[in-house]
Design a protein around this ligand. Structure first.
Ligand code: PAF
Length: 315
């Protein structure tokens, strides 16, 4: 079917976060895959002229159902959805990590077509950084704790690429997964600092049935390591009940103790923090929203996995 009704039915199905039951071939829906800034801006020019709402989902590719949930939400909430697929070198502080990062553009585009994305922006490094980016972003104390303390330059690189994407796409809103809890706080600070008129929309972590938080890095785990990695979300989940009659320190030690006792896992850090300032708390009453953020090395390679859990959500 290639009728306008068919297209409308498909769009409606996507807006309702449902895939059409039977395939509807909609020849007026063609997802554009663009590699240059010039192509991107030409494609967005008309949408902007028509006052269309633009949603941006920044990604580094190797897309999974976690990314899919961000794209589905953007498609449902905007007229045009742009998904960027770019492994940003400036946010990697470990050259091996950058080299090993999975790159799967064709599979990513196949998934994005089924989700109803309108534009995939997949530029080269040269296209994004024709000159080295010497801009320095600093938002202490939000970016100096946890990931910021362990990965020097990481959030500076994230701010470099996200600010460029915000300036190129000029989205009304941008979607980020809560698995990278601290990243959202840093991006919010950067957006406010630069007065960029973009609304940041955080989206919940998507987990496998086992509880393992979806991550592009999971593809680097062996089957056995993947089963071991499940202990991370299990320990976090169990700790929510434990926290009800234990102190912050006891809850911290409970999680770290359980995971470090598991063969194949090593906790890099687990911090129980104020969900807004990201500063460690001493007592549960210290903050209205409380999050436990963890990074664990898993397996022989090892693969660095992050996850988090909410102990208290602000009313
Ligand atoms: O979360 C990510 O995948 C990346 O940090 C982002 C936001 C796409 C910037 O490269």
């Amino acid at each position: 079917m290639s009728t306008p009704e068919g297209c409308a039915a498909r769009q409606q199905a996507i807006r309702l976060n449902k895939q059409p039951v039977t395939p509807i071939y909609c020849f007026s829906y063609v997802m554009k895959v663009l590699h240059t800034v010039k192509e991107l801006q030409a494609a967005l020019h008309q949408a902007r002229q028509e006052g269309k709402h633009i949603g941006l989902v920044p990604t580094m590719g190797a897309l999974h159902q976690g990314h899919a949930s961000l794209v589905q939400r953007s498609v449902a909430e905007n007229d045009v959805t742009v998904v960027s697929v770019f492994v940003n070198p400036t946010q990697f502080n470990d050259p091996n990590d950058l080299k090993n990062y999975p790159r799967t553009l064709q599979a990513d585009c196949d998934l994005l077509t089924t989700l109803g994305a309108d534009i995939v922006f997949a530029p080269s490094v040269q296209e994004v950084y024709p000159e080295p980016d010497t801009r320095a972003f600093s938002y202490p104390p939000i970016d100096t704790v946890m990931e910021g303390a362990r990965r020097p330059g990481h959030f500076n690189g994230v701010c470099q690429i996200v600010s460029k994407l915000f300036m190129l796409v000029e989205p009304d809103c941008a979607y980020f997964g809560e698995k990278d809890y601290q990243q959202i706080a840093v991006v919010r600070a950067m957006t406010a600092d630069l007065h960029l008129p973009v609304e940041i929309r955080p989206c919940p972590i998507v987990r496998e049935e086992s509880g393992l938080a979806l991550s592009s890095r999971n593809t680097l785990l062996t089957e056995a390591e993947r089963r071991t990695a499940v202990c991370i979300s299990q320990a976090l989940k169990t700790s929510v009940a434990f926290a009800k009659d234990h102190s912050v320190q006891e809850t911290h030690d409970f999680v770290v103790g359980a995971l470090n006792a598991t063969q194949g896992l090593e906790v890099e850090y687990f911090e129980i923090v104020d969900g807004d300032s990201l500063q460690p708390i001493q007592a549960w009453s210290d903050a209205e929203s409380v999050v436990g953020c963890i990074t664990v090395y898993c397996g022989a390679r090892p693969v660095r996995l992050i996850d988090n859990i909410k102990y208290k959500v602000a009313p």
